[in-house]
Design a binder for this molecule. Structure first.
Ligand SMILES: [Zn+2]
Ligand SMILES: [Zn+2]
Length: 731
């Protein structure tokens, strides 16, 4: 009998011992009894003896051989994450796996079906196809663009499955099974691939490629390139070099929306390279298949969102983190990891280079590059010599006529662009019609009954909606407090901006892009195509529009209400705003037309806007860093946040205060701040509060957390939820 130590998906910080006949490889999945259930787990260790008394130890029910064992390297990475982020080891290990491997049913590699047009289907003339067959028409149009799986087609309509059957019976659509490709080159070594080298690199780009490829072993590079400087082209050439040597590349991107676009771009450059994507938008079967391709070394490039940082990559030779400053690399629940930071650890563990790319690096990375921990590479010129950076101007909202949140000056500029057949984009980070409804009689505001926040007015469907808990109401006809019928919207959201524009420019084609408009009707992809085909005059949108999209006809960007971030209680708000404005400004004038950015603000002399106008990231970063240093904030301080929420205020504060007292008694080299309400003190009928811990050294903070967490685990906390967030981004 051997003993195997197993990681299970339970909220306990221990592993569990079982007996097993024969041998189990470390990293193999096993099915074991746990309480009255049976669970799947991962063998973390094989031992000869255990402290568990023989009468209590149970045997493994089944060793699963349906998938290759996890590598020691991945298990080490997960051990590190569990320790660093103070998250139970079993949950850490299991959360890194695709869901099919977490189930206690053996994996039957069901082939993923891909639907495509048959020759007959491709010959159909869609212009004369019966318009009442709406779903069929949508599917045919979609398949004419690219083959799709069922999950993708279901986003067009819930009846896609039934309609596909009809269309297959008609002989218009056929399906093919996507199976694992034959792997012949697993052993590494040099490989031949086609490389479409369509651009000549600029001197700066060449130097960047050389800098990363020269050293061997681990090095972290910060690729700081202005918008339009061609960072992607640097990535492409780095990939090419790694692929030639038979290595695998992991490319992390912040947004799931960006993956299809990037995927097809990289495919156009490397047509015969096996490029695989990993993100939560894939079906379970696809995700497993792609994960296994990476694990077997068949996937040469893995493109994915944060979860792909845990993909098995036996020949990993380069990691690239694009838009490294983006906060979506940080997971906000469960294992609260930063995929960027885990990627850096992974690169050093593996001894390979990592490239962090951004036009507006996070102050953490920038500071590390300045202090020599990372190496700085700069791209200061735009790749197209004739493309210039946009001119940035401020409009003082106190000195101009405003029309429901839009200034006359901005409206005039939009009018000029319409006449020139150029596009304008209005950026406002609030969806809905107005952020709140107010009573003119008594001052009543539309608060949410469950939260401390306000209900947002959505005029399209005449509802008030809470964006925190989802609670919604019909818009009342009169004030619930005083009965006054004089209710009016305060402030502007995307819908209101859209309606103001419609009134002013009745002929203009206006497209609103936010979570509401992209939810079901037309997908974001179709919208992007409309924008590219210049079928849109004015775009109104939230941050969805900001990231990474290239709109050639766009020459004007208007920024509507940036001021709240200037004096926010969140010390990162200004950093985020700067990054957002640089990115949204970078959308303008990318092709051969000069772009212009107009910012509506009450503080036109604020240093942030001055730095934007002079395109001076370095000056801005230096001033921010010196402020952070004075105030004792990251990157000069390391932080962890203890959060708690529950129905009873007493319990929430009682728990945090007890935890605080226990922490103070440990007498470690950290500062434990007071217990304070969360930014949103009540959400979905739960009281929320938090406690911040700061250490001058990462080591001190980690040392403290290791001693402190077991004390909290022992506190009674039945009726509340609490979590520890290491390197928190949200306050
Ligand atoms: Zn009232
Ligand atoms: Zn609410």
């Amino acid at each position: 009998m051997n003993i195997v130590r197993v990681a299970l998906d339970v909220p306990l910080s221990s592993l569990f011992d079982y007996t097993v006949e024969g041998s189990v490889a470390v990293g193999q999945r096993v099915i074991v009894p746990f309480g009255r259930r049976q669970m799947v787990g991962v063998a973390m260790d094989c031992l000869a003896t255990t402290d568990v008394p023989p009468e209590r130890i149970k045997p493994v029910r089944q060793v699963l051989h349906d998938s290759a064992p996890l590598s020691g390297e991945l298990l080490d990475l997960l051990r590190f994450c569990s320790d660093y982020y103070r998250y139970p080891i079993g949950q850490t290990v299991m959360s890194a796996l695709p869901s099919r491997l977490r189930s206690d049913k053996p994996v039957i590699s069901k082939p993923v079906l891909i639907y495509r047009l048959s020759a007959r289907g491709a010959a159909l003339d869609l212009d004369i196809f019966p318009k009442r067959r709406v779903v069929q028409l949508r599917i045919l149009t979609k398949l004419a663009e690219e083959p799709c799986n069922l999950a993708q087609l279901r986003t067009l309509s819930v009846t896609a499955g039934a309609q596909l059957k009809v269309m297959m019976a008609e002989g218009w659509v056929e399906n093919v099974a996507l199976t694992k490709p034959h792997i012949s080159s697993c052993g590494g070594g040099a490989q031949q691939h086609t490389f479409n080298n369509v651009h000549t690199l600029t001197d700066e780009q060449l130097q960047a490629v050389d800098a990363v490829t020269q050293p061997s072993g681990y090095a972290c590079f910060l690729l700081h390139g202005i918008t339009g400087s061609g960072k992607t082209e640097v990535y492409v050439h780095l990939m090419h070099q790694v692929l030639q040597r038979g290595g695998q590349v992991l490319l992390l991107v912040p947004e799931i929306n960006l993956t299809p676009q990037l995927e097809s771009y990289f495919r156009s450059r490397f047509p015969d390279v096996n490029l695989t994507s990993l993100h939560s938008g894939l079906s379970e079967g696809e995700r497993l298949l792609n994960w296994q391709q990476a694990q077997e070394g068949a996937a040469q490039v893995v493109l994915g969102t944060r979860l792909s940082v845990f993909a098995e990559l036996p020949r990993l030779a380069l990691i690239i983190v694009d838009e490294e400053h983006d906060s979506s690399f940080k997971q906000q629940d469960g294992l609260r990891y930063s995929a960027r930071d885990v990627a850096i650890f992974r690169a050093s563990q593996r001894g390979v280079p990592i490239v962090l790319g951004s036009a507006t690096p996070s102050l953490e990375s920038y500071h590390n590059a300045q202090s020599g921990r990372y190496r700085m590479i700069r791209l200061t010129g735009r790749a197209l010599a004739e493309a210039r950076l946009p001119a940035v101007r401020c409009i003082n909202i106190n000195q101009t006529v405003m029309h429901h949140g839009i200034s006359e000056n901005l409206l005039r500029e939009i009018g000029l662009r319409i006449a020139l057949k150029e596009q304008s984009l209005l950026f406002i980070n609030r969806r809905g019609y107005a952020p709140v409804l107010m009573c003119g009689g008594c001052g009543w505001l539309s608060g949410c009954k469950n939260c401390a926040g306000k209900m947002v007015l959505h005029l399209n469907d005449k509802r008030l909606r809470c964006h925190h808990c989802g609670y919604q109401l019909h818009v009342p006809h009169s004030c619930p407090d005083c009965g006054n019928a004089d209710l009016h919207p305060v402030g502007s959201g995307t819908q209101r901006v859209e309606s103001v524009l419609q009134e002013r420019f009745p002929e203009a084609r206006i497209l609103r892009v936010d979570r509401d408009s992209t939810r079901n009707k037309r997908t974001w992809k179709t919208m992007r195509e409309q924008i590219h085909a210049n079928e849109v005059d004015i775009l109104v949108g939230t941050q969805m529009l900001v990231k990474g999209h290239d709109f050639p006809a766009l020459t004007l960007v208007g920024v509507l209400n940036p001021d709240s971030a200037l004096y926010s209680s969140d010390f990162r708000a200004a950093e985020k705003l700067f990054a957002q404005l640089v990115q949204v400004g970078g959308r303008a004038g990318r092709a051969n037309k000069p772009g212009e950015v107009l910012i509506q603000t009450a503080f036109p002399d604020h240093p942030l806007f001055r730095a934007l106008q002079s395109h001076d990231f370095d000056g801005w970063a230096a001033s921010q860093l010196s402020e952070r240093k004075m105030a004792g904030f990251p990157p000069f301080m390391y932080q962890a946040m203890l959060r708690a929420e529950g129905k009873q205020e007493q319990e929430v504060y009682g728990f945090l205060n007890t935890a605080r007292t226990a922490g103070v008694a440990l007498q470690h080299k950290v500062a434990i701040l007071g217990v304070v309400p969360a930014a949103l003190p009540r959400r979905a009928n739960h009281v929320r509060a938090q406690l911040l811990i700061q250490g001058e050294k990462r080591k001190d903070l980690q040392h403290f957390l290791r001693a402190w967490q077991p004390l909290m685990d022992a506190l009674p906390a039945k009726k509340l939820r609490w979590s520890l967030d290491v390197d928190p981004l949200e306050f």
